[in-house]
Design a protein around this ligand. Structure first.
Ligand SMILES: C[S@@+](CC[C@H](N)C(=O)[O-])C[C@H]1O[C@@H](n2cnc3c(N)ncnc32)[C@H](O)[C@@H]1O
Length: 253
């Protein structure tokens, strides 16, 4: 990626490639990059407020926006499906999205999260709910997820893809794409930098611009069918955009 960017200390990078060379140029550096992310979240309280960086109050509106997006991009299939519907909640934190959205529409959800105390909290919170949805809890980073051909109707990836390096992000999206059912959809909901990227050295994450994200989606062979900004967020936060993605090859079949 040629676009320049910043880190949270104000250091400028000429290009994302330069930044990645510094952060994750060898397998050792890449392992350190992921470990730093886990170490950061390990110290954060296992609660909605914790996973949302102290902005837990935005969760109800965020879930409302997500529900409307899900119904727009997958509502028809939700209505007509006679068989079981399976979703993945990626980088699921304490299971906020499964509890507040996915468990209402899907018969089964794979809750995937690499931080143990978040996953335990998700398990506790989802098993005490009255929902009939079956949840499977997987302690994994997205860079370790393996392909499960034809398993998912919807793969939901929210506020966690910034933890992946560009290379792993593209590989992970390919895994998601190959794991979809024929009419399945990948949803990425993510912060957007105004331009280029912003590197957060504290939690090992990169906030990418809209065009940077779209380039990664395209590299993974995915096409954006719908994207929508989340409005009514508090001032001073990054813009948040939801993307519905489907394999490009579907258009040429
Ligand atoms: C801002 S929280 C969002 C949690 C959840 N998606 C939500 O919206 O409530 C970021 C999450 O990404 C997880 N995370 C960190 N590194 C990750 C990785 N390599 N793969 C997947 N998730 C990761 C963190 O543990 C944390 O749960």
């Amino acid at each position: 990626m040629q676009s320049g960017g910043l880190d949270t200390d104000g250091t400028r990078y000429k290009s994302a490639d330069d930044m990645w060379r510094e952060q994750a140029s060898s397998p050792f550096d890449t392992a350190c990059w992921y470990q730093k992310g886990i170490d950061y979240w390990d110290k954060v309280e296992a609660s909605v407020d914790g996973v949302l960086g102290g902005f837990g109050t935005i969760s109800p509106n965020d879930l409302k926006h997500s529900k409307s997006f899900l119904l727009d991009v997958f509502g028809e299939q939700l209505e007509k499906s006679a068989s079981s519907l399976v979703a993945a909640d990626c980088g699921a934190g304490v299971g906020r999205i499964t509890k507040g959205l996915l468990s209402h529409y899907f018969t089964e959800v794979d809750v995937i999260e690499p931080v143990r105390h978040f996953l335990s909290k998700a398990e506790e919170s989802l098993s005490s709910s009255s929902s009939t949805c079956k949840c499977n809890f997987l302690l994994k980073g997205l860079q370790e997820v393996e392909e499960r051909p034809g398993r998912y109707d919807v793969v939901w990836i929210q506020w966690c893809i910034g933890h992946l390096t560009d290379e792993d992000c593209v590989e992970f999206l390919k895994v998601c794409s190959r794991s979809l059912k024929p009419e399945g959809v990948v949803v990425v909901k993510e912060n957007n930098a105004r331009r280029g990227f912003v590197l957060d050295k504290q939690d090992s994450s990169v906030t990418r611009s809209d065009s940077y994200l779209v380039q990664l989606f395209n590299k993974a062979g995915l096409k954006v069918t719908t994207s929508r900004l989340e409005t009514d967020l508090p001032e001073g936060l990054f813009a948040v955009r939801a993307y519905a993605l489907v394999p490009q090859t579907r258009f040429f079949a």
